[in-house]
Design a protein around this ligand. Structure first.
Ligand SMILES: [Zn+2]
Length: 251
């Protein structure tokens, strides 16, 4: 007596996605894309009930279907979603805590946007070093000044330690950008080891900032998402001219 499975109504789907902040509901995963799962399977309940539904990434969904994650555990994850989660801050929450968390997220995304603009800077300075017009540096300047504004905002809302740690991250990027701008050989001819050192340096600065922000919020650092650990797509761009050795003559 299999009943035709109905579509999840859009308002219910939205409510479920918002419940998890549009991330996989397993706190240690939080991956995307997302699927809606019934905790007690559809063929048994044959209805869409918010309390019996949860949003998962395809990987966690498959593991749940296979039984690697059992139903009790899944209800437990659903239960956890009711607890206040510092990673889910309403955009209109006026509390100072929410403001600081939003400023921290903003700082993270804007420094990454700046990082993504560095290859543009590289091509611009290369063109000009060969006597071509510099090209459009506007997007790089905008990315840098927005990152500066995000750094100041985070500093204002956090305490002195947060301000200092955020400045250290900003300065790290600023030094990198100005090395590129000044055509310093070290900015271009990085070996794999240099590159690893750079990654490590950046990681430590972001980790310091994360600790300071969590201390200011009175949170354990594991309670707040540390984006460095989450986003493998945020690799440092390898700055290379494809003409390794061109600048080595100056050293
Ligand atoms: Zn997942």
């Amino acid at each position: 007596m299999a009943t035709h499975r109905t579509k999840v109504p859009r308002p219910l789907a939205r409510q479920l996605f918002v419940e998890v902040g549009h991330r996989c509901a397993i706190p240690t995963c939080r991956a995307t894309p997302l699927e809606i799962a019934h905790i007690v399977p559809w063929h048994r309940v044959q209805r869409h009930d918010f309390q019996n539904m949860i949003v998962l990434c395809p990987n966690c969904h498959t593991r749940f279907d296979r039984g690697d994650i059992d139903r009790q555990a899944m209800f437990h994850y659903k239960e956890l979603l009711r607890l206040p989660n510092p990673n889910r801050v309403a955009p209109d929450d006026p509390s100072p805590r929410a403001g600081l968390i939003r400023a921290y997220r903003m700082f993270q995304s804007e420094t990454i946007r700046w990082q993504e603009s560095i290859p543009l800077l590289v091509s611009a300075v290369c063109l000009s070093s060969f006597g071509f017009p510099t090209g459009n540096l506007g997007p790089v300047r905008i990315a840098a000044s927005v990152a500066r504004a995000a750094t100041d905002k985070l500093g204002e809302l956090g305490d002195e330690d947060v301000a200092e740690a955020a400045n250290n991250v900003f300065d790290w990027y600023r030094c990198w950008a100005s090395d590129v701008f000044d055509l310093l050989p070290s900015a271009f001819n990085a070996t794999e080891d240099d590159y690893e050192d750079r990654r490590e340096e950046r990681f430590m600065l972001f980790a310091d900032l994360h600790e300071e922000v969590c201390a200011a919020l009175d949170l354990d650092p594991t309670e707040l998402d540390f984006f460095e650990a989450r986003r493998d797509d945020q690799e440092l761009p390898k700055v290379s001219l494809g003409t390794r050795g061109f600048w080595e003559a100056d050293e």
